[in-house]
Design a protein around this ligand. Sequence first.
Ligand code: PGA
Length: 247
Amino acid sequence: MTMRPLIAGNWKMNLDRAAGTTLARELAGAVASASAFEMVVCPPAPYLLAVAEELAGSPVALGGQDCHTAASGAHTGDVSAPMLSDLGCTYVIVGHSERRADHGETDAVVRAKAEAARAAGLVPIVCVGETEAQRDAGTTLDIVGRQVVDSVPDGLDGATLVVAYEPVWAIGTGRTPTVDDVAAVHAHIRGVLSAKTADAAAVRILYGGSVKSSNAVELLAVANVDGALVGGASLKTADFLAIARSV
Ligand code: PGA
C-alpha cells in the first residue's frame, strides 16, 4: 500500500453555515477521487450535518474537531464519537494544542478520546507539539516523544491512526520550523510509533502550523511528512486547494 498524503482542514470556531457550506461545495466540486491526496474538512460541530450534505458523493471526507471520551451520558455541551460517526464523519482531531490549553486536556485524556474515536470507527488525528519555551530549552524531541507515547493508543495501524505534529508556537503565527527541524521531529515520531505498532511506517504523520500555499511544497517534501493539518489557510477554497495540489 502506498501512502496517500492527507490534507486536513481544521476550521476551528470559524465561518458560519452559509460560508461553510459554500466552501464544502466548492471543495467537493474540485477534488477528484483519483487525486494524489486525500482531503478531510473538520467544521464546527453545529455545521457538520450541513457540510456532510454538501460533501455527499464526493471524495472529500468529514471530520470532527474533538470528541468526548464517553459514548453518551451526562456531559452537557460535549459531542461523542458515535454522534460524529452518525453524521458521516470518518476522522476526528483529538488533543489539538488549543484543546490541551483551553480545556486542560492531558495526554491521558487525549488517549482516551482517541480510543473512543476508534471504538466508534473513526480515525483519530492525534495532535502533539512543543511550546516555544520547550523548543528554546532544547527539549522538543523529549516533549513530543513523550506526548506520542502517552497520547497515542497502542496497536493501531496506518488505516486507523493519523498523528499531527503541530509546534504550538507555529500555529496561527506565520512562523514555521526549518525543514531540518520538521524532518528531525517527524523521524523521531516515526521511531516512537514503532514501539506502539508494527505498522509505524504506514501511519501518516501530518505537519501543522502556518501551512500555506507558499510553503506547502517545501514542507510536504520533507521526509516523513505525510500531509498537512491546516487552520487559517483551510478557510478559503483557493488557498486550501493550492495546498492540497502541492502534494
Ligand atoms: P494554522 O493552524 O494553519 O492556522 O497555523 C493549524 C492548526 O492549528 O491546526
